[in-house]
Design a binder for this molecule. Sequence first.
Ligand SMILES: O=C(O)CCC(=O)C(=O)O
Ligand SMILES: [Fe+2]
Length: 194
Amino acid sequence: MLPLFSGNDQAELFGAAVLPGFASADAFLSVAEERALIARIDHTDLSPFRFQQWTGKRLTHSYGWSYDFENGRFAPADPIPDWLLPIKARAEAFAGLAPGELVQALLIRYDPGAGIGWHKDRPVFEHVVGISLGMPATMRFRRRADGAFKRSNASLAPRTIYHLSGAARHAWEHSIVEMAETRWSITFRSLALK
Ligand SMILES: O=C(O)CCC(=O)C(=O)O
Ligand SMILES: [Fe+2]
């Protein structure tokens, strides 16, 4: 696993914008693991993301707690399945969290043309640790400052893991640009209140 960037290192390595609280590493999964996880997600009963009258192209399934960043629903959900537990343990280690801290998992399939709009994750959650599968994606970040938006982008190559905490988690909004081919993600979250 190659550490790609974390905090100020990103600017030094790539000359890109810095986002405090964003850390990522590529090659978190092997190609075989990626393929197996995609098959698991595709065999899960995914539901179209819905908001009022609008049905998105994004398909999701929540474990641990149900999560919906737009309608604010927060409720217990089915337990995180066994096949996700080793990945969750590795995600906790990557993020420097204690075993068991990540209590929520969200599977998403973004079919062609699907993305996710500007948002911050629900405040009931604290740490967000995501794994990107399939099509390379750009996670965009923005934060209002002095009447304008400051912006930053992070490239998510397939098999990359990322961690949102601190400012990247609480002060910046994020979104994912619509992609031409399918992308899958697995995001794990800890609870803000223990
Ligand atoms: O697909 C991703 O990597 C991010 C998804 C996301 O931002 C969310 O579900 O809150
Ligand atoms: Fe999010």
